[in-house]
Design a protein around this ligand. Structure first.
Ligand code: FRU
Length: 516
C-alpha cells in the first residue's frame, strides 16, 4: 500500500469553504483570486508606473477595458495604503493620435525639473511607450516612441505633455518600456529602455530632453526572445555595499518556456551598467511571473525595494479560462541580495503587510513527524498561506518531499523537493483545465542555491495560483492552474526517509477588498 512508503501523510479536508465555492454561479468569476490584485473587468497585463506618493502605493497596469483579450492599451489605475487592500480608480491614460499607451514607469519630480508641478506640490510624471498601430500595419519600423504625462493631484487626473513624443524612434521595431529613476551619481534622470535585444540607457535633466548614455547586453544573458520591461535600481549586499540590479523581461525564452524575467547584478556609474559576471539568473523559476518591476519613491525611512509582477505568460495569457477579467498580479514582494552558491543573487519575500490577512484560525502542526499517519482538519485551503519547516537528514537522494493539493475530481497540483537534483518543482500536469493551450501542462523545476539542510517554505495559495518562496526567497516559483472543483485537500508527505517535517502551519487568509 502506497501509504506505507510515506513517513507522513496528512490529509487536511475542507468542507465549509468548499461548499461555498461549489455553489458559486459561474459568471466568469470562478477563478478570481481573493487576495491578489485583479482588474475590475476585462484585460490586464504588465504592472506600470508603480510609485509611492503621499501615503499611497500607486499601481497602474496595461489594460484593455473593452475586451478580455489584449487590445488597444490604456493605463488602468488603483491605489493602496498597505499593498494589500486596493481601491480601483478611473483609467489614467487613454490612447491618442500618437498610439496606444504601452508599459512604462512613474516618478515624483521633487525638484520640479520638468516644471510640471512645484517644489511644494511636485508632479507625478508618467513615462511610457506610445505604440502606433497604424505605423505597425504600414510596416514602418519607427512606430514605438516614448511619451510623458503628468498629474498634480495625486494621480487622479492626467495631462499629456504637449510636445510628445520626448524620445523618437531611430528605426527599431522594439523600442519600449521606459523605467526612469533619479540618479544621484550623475545628477540626472536615467531611463532604462528595452531595445530589441539589449538595454539602452538615456539621461535627462528634466524628463523632456533625453540623450543616449550607453548600451548593455546584446551578447549577455538569455536571448531566446525580445527584451522588454527593464528596471534598474540599487540594493545593498549583506556587507552594506551598494550594488545595482538590472531586470530584463524576455519573451519568449524563459526557463519554463514563454515569458520570464532575468536579472543582472553589477555596478552602475551613472551612465553605464557593468555586470558582476556572465551568469543568467531568473527572478522566479515558475512560468507565471512576467514584466515585474519595482516601486519608485519609497521613503528612505521604509527603505524596502518592493516588487510586483504580472501572474501570467504570453504563451496562454489570452486564452486562460477566466472570462469576466483576465490575469492577476503577484503578491507584492521585498527584494534583497544574498550570497549564495550562485554568487550574489536576488531574494524575494512576500511583504510583511500580507500577514494582516491572517484570520487567526491557523492550524499549527509542530512535531509533525511524530503525528499519526493520517490527520484531518477543516481549513479554508483555497486561500491560505502555508509555512513548512523541513530538515534534510540524509544524502540528497533520500530527501524527497511533496505537498499535494487535490479535489474530489482527482485533479491535483504537486509542489515538491526532488532531493537528488536539489530542485523544487511544481507539477500542474493533472491540475484541471488545460485544453486552452498545448504548453500549459508541465512539471517545472527550480534549483536550490542555498546549501542549508534546514529548508523553509512558504506557499501562498489563492484559488487558482500558488507562489512558492523557498530558502528565504532565494528560490521563487509562481504558477497558475484551473481545477474543475476547488482544491480542498492538502497532503504533505516526506516521500523518502531523509526528510523530517519539523513544523507546518496553515494560515487561512481573508479576502481583500477591491473597492470601486
Ligand atoms: C510586456 C509587453 C511590453 C509592452 C506591453 C504591451 O508584456 O509586451 O513590452 O509595452 O506588454 O501591452
Amino acid at each position: 500500500m502506497k501509504i506505507l512508503n510515506l513517513i507522513l501523510l496528512s490529509t487536511l479536508l475542507i468542507s465549509s469553504c468548499q461548499k461555498r465555492n461549489e455553489s458559486i454561479v459561474d459568471k466568469g468569476e470562478t477563478y478570481r483570486p481573493k487576495f491578489h490584485f485583479t482588474p475590475p473587468q476585462n484585460w490586464m497585463n504588465d504592472p506600470n508606473g508603480m510609485v509611492y506618493h503621499e501615503g499611497e502605493y500607486h499601481l497602474f497596469y496595461q489594460h484593455y477595458p473593452d475586451s478580455n483579450v489584449w487590445g488597444p492599451m490604456h493605463w488602468g489605475h488603483a491605489v493602496s495604503k498597505d499593498l494589500v487592500q486596493w481601491q480601483h480608480l478611473p483609467i489614467a491614460l487613454y490612447p491618442d493620435s500618437l498610439g496606444y499607451i504601452f508599459s512604462g514607469s512613474a516618478v515624483i519630480d521633487h525638484q520640479n525639473t520638468s516644471g510640471f508641478g512645484s517644489l511644494e506640490n511636485p508632479a507625478m510624471v508618467a513615462i511610457f511607450t506610445y505604440h502606433l498601430a497604424e505605423g505597425e500595419k504600414a510596416k514602418r519600423n519607427d512606430f514605438q516612441t516614448q511619451g510623458i504625462a503628468y498629474s498634480t493631484d495625486r494621480g487622479r487626473t492626467w495631462t499629456k505633455y504637449e510636445h510628445n513624443p520626448v524620445l523618437i524612434n531611430p528605426g527599431i521595431i522594439d523600442f519600449r518600456d521606459p523605467k526612469v529613476s533619479w540618479n544621484e551619481v550623475s545628477g540626472q534622470w536615467v531611463m532604462a529602455l528595452a531595445v530589441k535585444d539589449h538595454i539602452e540607457f538615456y539621461g535627462s535633466p528634466n524628463l523632456k530632453r533625453w540623450n543616449k548614455l550607453s548600451e548593455f547586453g546584446n551578447a549577455l544573458g538569455a536571448h531566446g526572445g525580445v527584451w522588454e520591461c527593464p528596471d534598474l535600481f540599487s540594493l545593498k549586499d549583506e556587507q552594506g555595499n551598494i550594488k545595482w540590479v538590472l531586470f530584463v523581461s524576455i519573451n519568449p525564452g524563459g526557463p519554463q518556456g514563454g515569458s520570464a524575467t532575468q536579472y543582472f547584478v553589477g555596478d552602475f556609474d551613472g551612465n553605464k551598467f557593468s555586470p558582476q559576471d556572465t551568469v543568467t539568473r531568473w527572478i522566479d523559476y515558475g512560468p507565471d511571473n512576467y514584466a515585474g518591476v519595482t516601486w519608485s519613491n519609497i521613503p528612505a525611512t521604509d527603505g524596502r525595494r518592493l516588487f510586483m509582477g504580472w501572474m501570467s505568460n504570453w504563451q496562454y495569457a489570452n486564452r486562460v479560462p477566466t472570462y469576466a477579467w483576465r490575469s492577476a498580479m503577484t503578491i507584492p514582494r521585498v527584494l534583497s541580495l544574498t550570497q549564495s552558491d550562485n554568487g550574489l543573487s536576488l531574494s524575494s519575500m512576500p511583504v510583511e503587510e500580507i500577514k494582516s490577512l491572517r484570520d487567526g484560525s491557523e492550524i499549527s502542526l509542530p512535531g509533525f513527524l511524530n503525528a499519526a499517519d493520517s490527520l484531518s482538519k477543516e481549513i479554508t485551503l483555497p486561500k491560505s498561506e502555508v509555512e513548512v519547516v523541513l530538515e534534510l537528514t540524509r544524502s540528497s537522494a533520500d530527501n524527497d518531499f511533496e505537498i499535494e493539493l487535490s479535489n474530489m475530481k482527482g485533479e491535483k497540483l504537486l509542489i515538491g523537493l526532488h532531493g537528488e537534483s536539489n530542485q523544487f518543482y511544481i507539477d500542474r500536469r493533472n491540475s484541471g483545465k488545460q485544453d486552452f493551450s498545448p504548453v500549459f501542462g508541465g512539471k517545472h523545476f527550480g534549483h536550490r542555491i542555498m546549501k542549508s539542510n534546514d529548508v523553509r517554505l512558504k506557499l501562498f495559495i489563492d484559488i487558482a495560483s500558488v507562489e512558492l518562496f523557498a530558502d528565504d526567497g532565494t528560490l521563487v516559483m509562481t504558477e497558475i492552474f484551473f481545477p474543475n472543483k476547488p482544491f480542498s485537500i492538502l497532503k504533505a508527505r516526506a516521500v523518502k526517509k531523509g526528510v523530517n517535517i519539523k513544523a507546518m502551519t496553515i494560515f487561512p487568509l481573508m479576502a481583500i477588498s477591491q473597492k470601486q
